[in-house]
Ligand binder design. Sequence first.
Ligand SMILES: Cc1ncc(COP(=O)(O)O)c(C=O)c1O
Length: 395
Amino acid sequence: MAPTFTTQLDQLKKQGLHRQLRTVEESSPGRVTVDGHEALLLCSNNYLGLADHPALKKAAQQAVERWGTSSGASRLVSGTLPLHRYLEERIASFKGTEAALAFNSGYGANTGIIQALTGRGDFIFSDRLNHASIVDGARLAQARLIRYTHNDPASLRRALERHPSKGVRLIVTDGVFSMDGDIARLKELVLLKKEFDALLMVDDAHGVGVLGETGRGSVELCSVSGEIDIQMGTLGKGLGSFGAYAAASHDIIDWIINRARSFIFSTSLPPAVLAASLAAFDIIDSPEGAELRRRLGVNTDYFRESLRSSGFNTLGSTTQIVPISVGGAEQTMTFTRLLLERGIFIQGIRPPTVPSGGCRLRCTLMSSHIREDLEHAVEAIREVGEALGMVTGHV
Ligand SMILES: Cc1ncc(COP(=O)(O)O)c(C=O)c1O
C-alpha cells in the first residue's frame, strides 16, 4: 500500500524538513510580531519598504473606488483594463524595451514565458541555482533542460557547444540569485548568446527597483541594458506591490500573449495592484527612490561585513540578500528558533529550496532598518552561532 500522507509528514518531521506557516503581523516598518515574539524583520523582500508607502496605499484605494476590486476576467476575455495598458507602457519605458506584459506573479511569468518560447526539440540552458519557477517552466515546455554550473560561463559555453540546434536555444538566468545573493555574470552571458545565436532571458525578481544607479536592476548594474532578449521582473518584492512582467520586443510579447498558458488562462491583476505598481515606479524614479536604494546599500554593506568579520560564511553575496551558510536542516531551524527568542526573525532555508547540506539562514536587508537594530541582530547572530559551534568567538 502507498504510504499515507501522515506517514510521509512524520518522515519530513524526523528529517527536520517539515514546513509550517507562520503568521507575521507587521507592527512598524521592519518590525513584526511572529508567534507572539516581537522581532526585527530580516527576511522580507519588501526591500525598500514600498509595501507600506502612503503613495502606494493611496493609489490602490483610489483604483478600487474608480475600477472596483477585480478585473473580472482573463486579459484575452474582458480583463484588460486601461490600468494594464498604463502599467505595461510604464514598464516598457522603464526597461527601454518595445513592449511589456504584466503577469499575475513571478512564478506565473517564468512558467508562462518559458513554455511560450520553447517546446519539444528546443533547449533551455539554465543556471543550476535558478529559481524553481524557471525549472517548472522548462518542464511545462517539454524542451530539454540543460543545467550549467552556477555562474560559470565556461560551463555554459560547453553546454552550448554540445547541444547545437536548429530550434530555439534559450539561456535563462536569475539576475540576482535568490538564495545566494550573488549576481549573474551578464556581460559574459550576452557574449555567449551572441556567439551561439541564442536568446537570453534574465529573471530580475530581486534586482528591479533595487540595483543599479536608477533601479533598473542587474542589467543596469552590469551595463547590459538593451542586450537582453527577455527581461522578467517581479512587482511584489522591491516594488512593494504584486505581480510580475516580461519586457521584450513587440514580437516576443505578442507571441507570449498568444501562447503563455499562465497568462491566457488566469484572471488578470486587479485594479488596486496595478495602481500600486504604477505608484511604485514613480517612487523608484524619484530622488526618494535613489535615497531608499542608498540606505539599503549602506545597511547591506554594514550587515554583510559584520557577519563576515565574525567568521560567518555569507557565500557569494554582493546584494541585499545575505545568506549565512549553516549546512544541516536541524541546526538551521534551531538557529532560526534561538534568534526569534532574541527578537530577530530570519527564516531558515532547507531542501528542496536549496540542495541538501546547503541549508542556510537567508537574511534580507531593508532601507528602513536602523543601525542600532542591525548591531543588535549581528550580536544575537554571533551569540547563537557561537552556542551552535559555528564560529569561535569574536575575530
Ligand atoms: C528569482 C525569482 N524568480 C521568481 C520568483 C517568483 O516570484 P513571485 O513571488 O512573484 O511569484 C521568485 C520568488 O521568490 C524569485 O526569487
